[in-house]
Structure formats: C-alpha cells, structure tokens
Design a protein around this ligand. Structure first.
Ligand code: CAO
Length: 548
C-alpha cells in the first residue's frame, strides 16, 4: 500500500480552469484512468483521470474551485508498494489521461503575406489521441471568424475540445461533417486569412491551442489570458445547475453559452450525435421559453407558466391615488411571491390551553415592569418554540438549495414578525433556547422598537430557523402564514379567546390560543410537524415543562 498525491495534469498551458464535477467520493475504489473530476475552461472540458488504481483517501477540491496544472486535488491509496523515495505524483498514466493536453512545440508554418490568403485548416496536435469524433460544426462557409473562434468541436475518450480558428478570416469551406473521425493534421477546411500588417498567425496543427486554448499567439508570444467565468459567488443554484449540466453531452462553447444565458443544459432537447446539445438546440430552447412566457401559457404536465396579471386602469371604476410602494414593502412582496411559489406549504392548526400560562404571566407582570420589561405572551411563545425545536430536531432544518441535502441546525434562532409603518420586518433573536423569559421580553421589545424606527442592522434580520408571527394583539382566530424560506416553518398566533373545554365531566372556561403552523413540506413531513406542534402546545399548556 502506498499513498499517492493526485495532481492536475498538464492542461496544455491553460490556467485556472473550473472544477465542474467531482465524480468520486472519499473511500471509492477506482481503476486507473477512471475519471476523478471534470474541469472546464473557456474552450474545453476534460476528465482528470486516476493516475493509478486504488482507493480515494481525500478530495481536496470542490465544484466551483479553480485549478491549474500541478494543483493537488486529492490522495489515493494504491495497491502497489512504492519506494518511499519515489514521488509518484506525475504518474505516467496522466500523460495518456490528458490526451488533448499535450501541445507540441512544433514550428508553425507561418504565413507571412500581407495579402488575404487561403489556407488549409488542419486538426491541431491532439496530444496523442487519434480518430476523435467531430461532434459539432460551429461555422459554415462564408462566416467571418476571429482568431480563436470555435470552428468545430471534437471529442475523444476523455475530453472534448473546440478546434479554434488559427487566424481571423472568412471560412471558405469545411470538408468534415458531424460524425466524422479526425486525427492530428487532417484537413478541416479552408480559411481566407485576413490581411495583416505583421506576420500572420500560424495555420495548422502547431498553432492551435490545446485543451484550454488560450494561446492566441501574437508576435510577442503573449497569450491571451483564459477568460475567467463570472465571479464565482457562492450560488447554490448555479452549483446545482453546473452539476446537472455536467451530466449532459455538450461542447465547451455550448456549456459556456448556456452558463451565460442561465440555462440548465439538461432541460434542452439534444439533437446532435450521441444526444449532444448543440448551439442550435440551446437557441431553440430559449426561443420556446420566450414564446411560452409571452403567451402566458399555463404549462401542462411540466413547468408551470404563470399567466401575467392584466394591467388595469382602476380610475375607470372611481377615484384612485397611485402611490409608490416603500422599499421594504417591495422586498416583502418579492419574498412572499418567491416563498409562496417555491415552498409547498402545509398549515396545521391547534389551540393551546394557556390558562395557567396567563395566570402566571399576569402574576409576574408587576415584577417584570419593575425590571423594565413587558411580559406579553410573545416571550413565552419564543421560549416554547425554542424548546420544541430542541425536542424535535427533525424540525430544526432547512432544505439545501441543491434539493438533495437537509441542513440540520444545532442552534436555535427565532425570527419575530413586526408590523411597522414602512412594512413587515422580521428581526431575529439568537440562541432563544439559552435565554430566560425576561431577557427574551427585553430583546423582543428592543428589536420591535428598532424595527419600527428603521434601525435594524442586516445581521439582526438573518439566520432564523423559524419565525413567529403574532397577530394576537390585533385580532382574528386564525390565519395561514407564509414560510420565510429557507426557514422550515412559521407559527401564526391569533387572539386568545375563552372557550368551553370539556374536562371529562364539565365544560370549563379555558383561555385558548389559536396557533397555525405552516411548514415547508419538502424539508419536513407531516409527522415531524405534528410532533412539533403537539410538543409546543403541551409546553404552552404547562410552562413548568420548560424547566425539564
Ligand atoms: N392574544 C391576546 N392578547 C395578546 C396576544 C394574543 N395572542 N398577544 C399579545 N397580546 C396582548 C399583549 O399581552 C398586550 O396586552 P397588554 O398591553 O394588556 O399587556 C397587547 O396584546 C399588545 O401587545 P404588543 O403588541 O405590545 O406586544 P406583543 O409582545 O404581543 O407583540 C410584536 C410584539 C412585535 C410581535 C407585535 O407588536 C407585532 O408587531 N405584531 C404584528 C406581527 C405581524 O405583523 N405579523 C403578520 C406577519 S405576516 O403579514
């Protein structure tokens, strides 16, 4: 057994390519040349294969990272005992593994004429790969191309790559078609090279860049830097799209275009050979989507299109005054639509018997006032919700945006909806489970005041696991609150009412607090919610349970 560091192989001069897929997990056993990760640059995507057979000990990169040749991507335990002195990171297998990444330093057959000149376009050095498939023809005769524009896309066993135009000019002819097999040096077509004042760019295998193809050779020998993709902010949606898209057959140019247009490739109907998505497929997809959106059609059996609301001139019905919405109101409206449309809501109702809680609260009111705090039902609700989140940890979760993971939280921060003149604000009380009732009452009052004065800081409105929305002081006997996603649930509290409750012998007047629990049914099931609500109601019915 020997441990071997796995490094990124020669990328043909490309630098800082994106890791778009991790194809193995720690503990996986792989054969030599099995794909470990997939990287993608401006013009090509390629697998980074296992240099040897063995067991994956670690993977030190993640999707979205940028890597360059020689970067460590993980460790593998090989079956073969190696000499300790041997540094095995540049295993020979890598050479084969990156077939398209070995540029040859051949001298270009440079054209030096200043006149426009027709030149044969040849397949560049494919790094030893032979008879690769032509999977896409990106240009047609008459097209004007810039140096570096993709002419055709080829695909071998381990990588697909664009064959870029060696010079700026006009495509005279393309002599290959999709499905053909080509090798280094094969003629692809003829290019009329634009006149240049200086020596023209080389034409032929030597000139073409390899995997990443950044080397738009200039006379100074500069290479143009690989165009960095959009700044990789932490965007779960993008990560998920990349993961899904990585499972689709498409050339690098198509992938790049899809990324720019925000299209998830697996939604596009492929028409190319081997179910490959072409640029035309992508354009057709976008055209269809635009048509659907414009017609306002409601989709059947697939994505739901939402019919646009008609513009109505209300003044035709009577006098009106049209006012601008506050910024908070606009943000709230956008968030409500987003949450309402994205989160499959279920709302469960119950009444908590808070007769004893109310007796206790009222008996403590004077003492609380001496301490400068107002003891309303809200601090009790905060404390009870925190206890329920701890007692039912399956409810203290969020659905990860990738739709494949559940985030379990070991903290209990609770949001509290506050009605302000400018709109709804939701300050967050942190570590509610660790705070006493007076402390919670003081904090709730302070945050509500800050919210009404517009003085909440952004970090005072972030990080809640759950929200309480209390309309108890206003009225009503029930409402269905909207989950403040990515939180898992929200408790709508209505006005306390004295109701007759059967105690087994008689109807007894009890102070009943109507509760409505809305939750994200993707993240939790009805059973979790039922247990959460039952526990919550039992704690509110007997606050001594909070001490247990
Ligand atoms: N039933 C009956 N009375 C209640 C009650 C309930 N469920 N909850 C509170 N009350 C009483 C309080 O005890 C208090 O009475 P006293 O003054 O006699 O003690 C009175 O109503 C007013 O309470 P409050 O509003 O000062 O304080 P609170 O702790 O109940 O609420 C806060 C604080 C910030 C939650 C509240 O002021 C608020 O803004 N609520 C609106 C939230 C909202 O808009 N939700 C909807 C969101 S979705 O659109």
């Amino acid at each position: 057994m020997a441990k071997q560091v796995i490094k990124v192989p020669d990328l043909g001069g490309a630098d800082q390519v994106d890791v778009i897929e991790i194809t193995v997990a720690v503990g996986d056993t792989v054969a030599q040349e099995d794909s470990l990760i997939v990287v993608e640059g401006d013009k090509a995507s390629m697998d980074v294969p296992a240099p040897v057979a063995g067991k994956i000990l670690s993977i030190s990169v993640k999707e979205g990272d940028k890597v360059s040749e020689g970067d460590v991507i993980g460790e593998i335990e090989t079956d073969v005992a190696e000499s300790p002195a041997e540094e095995p990171t540049e295993a020979p297998a890598q050479e084969e593994a990156a077939p398209a990444s070995k540029p040859k330093a051949e001298v270009p057959a440079a054209a030096t004429s200043a006149e426009p000149k027709e030149e044969t376009i040849q397949v560049p050095d494919l790094g030893g790969a032979d008879a690769v498939d032509v999977i896409e023809i990106s240009v047609q005769p008459g097209d004007t191309v810039e140096e570096g524009d993709s002419l055709i896309v080829v695909e071998g066993d381990k990588a697909s790559m664009d064959i870029p135009s060696p010079s700026a000019g006009t495509v005279v002819s393309i002599v290959v078609k999709e499905g053909d097999k080509v090798s280094t040096g094969d003629a692809l077509g003829v290019l009329k090279v634009a006149a240049k004042g200086d020596a023209a760019s080389p034409v032929g295998p030597e000139a073409a860049p390899q995997v990443e193809a950044p080397a738009k050779s200039t006379t100074q020998g500069e290479s143009e830097p690989v165009e960095p993709p959009a700044a990789p902010q932490k965007d779960y949606q993008l990560e998920r799209d990349l993961t899904v898209a990585a499972e689709v057959y498409a050339g690098p140019a198509v992938r790049k275009l899809a990324r720019e247009l925000g299209v998830t490739l697996n939604k596009v109907k492929p028409t190319g050979p081997r179910n490959r998505v072409s640029k035309d497929d992508l354009h057709n997809y976008i055209r269809e989507q635009v048509k659907k959106a414009e017609s306002g059609a409601v989709g059947v059996g697939g994505a739901i299109g939402i019919a646009k609301m008609p513009d109505i001139d209300f003044s035709q019905f009577g006098p009106v005054n049209v006012e601008p919405m506050s910024k908070i109101h606009k943000i709230t409206a956008a968030n409500m639509s987003r949450n309402w449309l994205n989160v499959p809501h279920v709302t469960q109702f119950d009444d908590a018997d808070i007769t004893e809680l109310e007796d206790f609260r009222k008996s403590m009111k004077a003492e609380a006032e001496k301490r400068g705090v107002k003891l309303t039902p809200v601090p009790f609700l905060l404390k009870a919700v925190a206890a329920a989140l701890r007692a039912e940890p399956s409810f203290n979760v969020s659905l990860h945006n990738d739709g494949e993971h559940i985030v379990r939280k070991d903290y209990v921060h609770v949001g509290m909806a506050v009605d302000t003149p400018k709109g709804l604000m939701v300050p967050v009380i942190r570590d509610v489970d660790k705070k006493g009732l007076y402390e919670l009452a003081a904090e709730a009052t302070e945050l509500a005041l800050k919210a009404r004065d517009g003085k909440l800081k952004p970090n005072e409105m972030q990080g809640a696991c759950f929200t309480i929305s209390s309309l108890g002081a206003i009225g009503g006997n029930g409402f269905t609150p909207i989950v403040n996603s990515p939180e898992v649930g929200i408790l709508g509290v209505s006005k306390l009412a004295v109701k007759p409750v059967w105690n087994g012998k008689d109807f007894e007047p009890r102070q009943m607090l109507p509760l409505a629990l809305s939750y994200d049914h993707r993240a939790v099931n009805g059973g979790d919610a039922g247990r959460f609500m039952t526990y919550l109601v039992s704690v509110l019915a007997d606050v001594r349970r909070l001490l247990l």
